[in-house]
Design a protein around this ligand. Structure first.
Ligand code: UD1
Ligand code: UDP
Length: 371
């Protein structure tokens, strides 16, 4: 029986690894599966684990307020050593491009485990954007033995780096597995957060949902983002902007300073994953710099404005479900107002097809492992 360790620590990793943990646990005759949390995030991670009913076997509990990349990277590598030695996994699964991903890959390589990368092959080829994720995933790609690429485009990126075709499988993105699994549980969801949001809305009031956290947008980028949101709220007082604010203090500070007094802007704490799906469903358009949200929203028929200059997810831009607006204030305002006013354009964008998967990524990964 092969021993598998999954290592993750941030909210998006947990959402995208949860369906794989569940699927692996169903195959307990073939695999002994354990979960190790770095807890690079604490509250936002625990919300996801509660919803998917995942218990960890190891919890490094590493989050510190305002943590820096140097100590986080070093501590993850050092803290994983005893766990890798005790469990001695055959395979270690990491996901995406966070510091947890890169550091866990290095530690697992040192321990002699085969390293498997879920959501492999995304690239912008700009090492400063997203920072530090582009380098995290390139380093991880170099180390990994098996590469589970979400799309053909991500497979091509890996082939261009001379990664052997035999080690790559195109699976679709596990975020769609998570979404399909969760969506039925969300339909009649009633939580305190949702009831409060409902109370703040008129029955047919249009909603713009906002999220943002990217490091390269910290500072001036977030100043412009907040000014743009303020301008949209003034131009469209009948529309409600709902913004679950990321817990990073570099995000909390400017968002609260600029937006807390605007009448039609509702700033709330990050909501749980099912509440967020409910919110995406309730919204008309989404403005975000998030990777995961770009992948989920097209499945729910929601046009997305992405507050980044480039993207490692070109499929949605090509499909027309996503528009890159950067952190340019005028661009954000103009595109948002146009989508609210131009019914035809909105209709076309909301009916396009999701290029990120069919909800079967995890079963493809497991079939591949078995053979
Ligand atoms: C991290 C990832 C990024 C990913 C994002 C998803 C890195 C370098 N960055 O960015 O790739 O897209 O997560 O959200 O790996 N905090 C809390 N509670 C939480 C979570 C965060 O208080 O549950 C605060 C802490 O002060 C923490 C800070 O947010 O120090 C920043 O967290 P960190 O993981 O360093 O960076 P993110 O910007 O969240
Ligand atoms: N999400 C959530 N609650 C929120 C905001 C987002 O559960 O308040 C989910 C969202 O559905 C998506 C993921 O978090 O699956 C995206 O995480 P984030 O934007 O932090 O990271 P990224 O995807 O950019 O790495």
């Amino acid at each position: 029986m092969k021993k598998i360790l999954l290592v993750f620590g941030t909210r998006p990793e947990a959402i995208k690894m949860a369906p794989l943990v569940k699927e692996l646990q169903k195959h307990c005759n073939d695999f002994e599966t354990k979960v190790c949390l770095t807890a690079q995030h604490r509250e936002m991670l625990d919300q996801v684990l509660d919803f998917f009913e995942i218990n960890s076997d190891y919890d490094l509990d590493l989050m510190k307020p305002g943590q820096n990349l140097y100590s986080l990277t070093a501590t993850i590598i050092v803290s994983l050593k005893p766990i890798l030695e005790e469990f001695a996994p055959d395979y270690v699964f990491v996901h995406g491009d966070t510091t947890t991903t890169m550091a866990a890959s290095i530690a697992s390589f040192y321990a002699g485990a085969k390293v498997c990368h879920v959501e492999a092959g995304l690239r912008t080829h700009n090492k400063l954007s997203p920072f530090p994720e582009e380098i995290n995933r390139q380093v991880t790609g170099r180390i990994c033995d098996l590469h589970f690429a979400p799309t053909e485009a991500s497979k091509k990126n890996l082939l261009a780096e001379n990664i052997s075709e035999n080690s790559i499988l195109v699976t679709g993105n596990t975020v769609i597995d998570a979404l399909f699994e969760s969506i039925t549980r969300v339909k009649n969801l009633s939580t305190e957060n949702i009831e409060n949001i409902k109370k703040s809305l008129l029955p047919d009031q249009e909603v713009i949902l906002v999220t943002g956290h990217r490091r390269e947008n910290h500072g001036e980028g977030f100043e412009r983002i907040c000014q743009a949101l303020k301008e949209i709220s003034k131009s469209k007082p009948e529309v409600k902007i709902i913004y679950p604010v990321h817990l990073n203090p570099m995000v909390q500070e400017p968002v609260n300073r600029h937006l807390k007094d605007s009448k039609n802007i509702l700033l709330i704490s990050p909501v749980s994953y099912p509440e967020f799906i409910w919110l995406m469903n309730r919204s008309k358009i989404i403005i975000t710099d998030s990777g995961g949200v770009q992948e989920e929203a097209p499945s729910l028929g929601k046009p997305v404005l992405v507050m980044r200059d480039n993207t490692e997810r070109p499929e949605a831009v090509e499909a027309g479900t996503v528009i890159l607006v950067g952190t340019n204030k005028e661009r954000i305002v103009n595109e948002a107002l146009d989508l609210l006013e131009n019914k035809e354009r909105f209709q076309v964008m909301s009916e396009l097809h999701n290029p990120y998967g069919d909800g079967k990524a995890c079963s493809r990964i497991i079939d591949f492992l078995k053979t």
